[in-house]
Write a protein that binds this ligand. Sequence first.
Ligand code: BGC
Length: 422
Amino acid sequence: MSEWNSISLKKKLSRRDALGTAARVAIGVVVAGAVAGVGGYLAGSSAVAPPSTVTETVTKTATVGAGATVTKTATVTQTAFKTTTVTKPVTITTTVTKSVGAPPAKPLKIGVIGKSVHPYWSVVDKGSVKAGEELKEAGLDITVTFWVPYKEDVPAQLKTMDSYISEGYSGIAVAPSDPDAIIPVIKKALDAKIPVITIDTDAPKSERLAYLGTDNYKAGMAAGKAMLEALEKMGLAKPGGKIAIATGSLTARNSLERIQGFKDVVEPAGYKCLEPVCDYEDAAKALELAASTLAANPDLVGAFGVYAYNGPAWARAVEEAGKVGKIAIVEFDATKENIEPIKAGIIYATIAQRQYFMGYYGVKLLTLMNQWGWESALKFYIPRYPANKIFDTGVDVVKKENLKEYYEEVTARGEPVDWTPD
Ligand code: BGC
């Protein structure tokens, strides 16, 4: 009998499971124990607001090897994030981790597939590397591979995923640029017993086991609200005012949901959104499109940047056109190039994602699935799984006035930051 640390579920393993699991059970506990004190717990994200605190005490019983019984009980308290304001870090209290048994013999290979080369994705990479390091320290033989195409490239994503399947990866976290095109390859991975989750952007029609990332429709609405506020404060509010939208994808669900959420707020307030322009995650093209859109629409009152480099592209184009203060800009993300124009008063607000945790928890979740079995690990991370399959990492709405506060929060949560608030 040993004391283990985690929330978990009452689960009796079958004899077959138990034999297969004998050596692995203990390591699973170490993995679970490594759940950091951060990460949204806003799964489900729809109409119902999440509780601000979630406490669970559960017992796990597993018959291990030659009839030995191991029981663990733990209490986890999580303070959930709010999605629309700067929030306090999550508090998790766990009992002491104590592992029993030997580490698994099988080396683990986890693959993380992103969408383009950008500092946004470097942060996801850092999150996955950190998770890999922690898991190695806990005794696992694990390799984490992070890959992105240069810019939006659906065939390259599919090909990479296919090669991970042939190489026998232990789990894949993917951000599909096309949620329909990815369906067959996700199925192929699952058929090969490789767990797959989506991060950053979902593919709900696929059989992916869960989505871990921003609630993009709600985040788009937050961007719409920030736009209305900016127009009001800048004295640009006017019925029938035109707002331009620039994005990096016309297929990725995160792009479409953000645009929809944004429109659902600004259009009922009387604004007219132009047809979105798309650069397919090519930063140079984003700049060209921002400049040509401004030139073609001298009466624009607002510009919305859907992906990480769209806000900076709008900012530069607006500056070059001598229109600072005459066009309200709202963007997504919080890399240095997003924050500098906020400091300079060119961009009014950004919807900052917490993509570090998409990488971090993506790797942790897939690893735990290999240790505890898919279902148990998913239940550990995702409240109300399987009815709910979404782990919402949350966002922060950042403006010049709360930049310092945001900086403090984000560094306290352990997210890497490449800028300073002053
Ligand atoms: C999106 C990603 C995108 C990145 C860089 C982010 O806002 O969530 O899907 O790849 O911007 O373009």
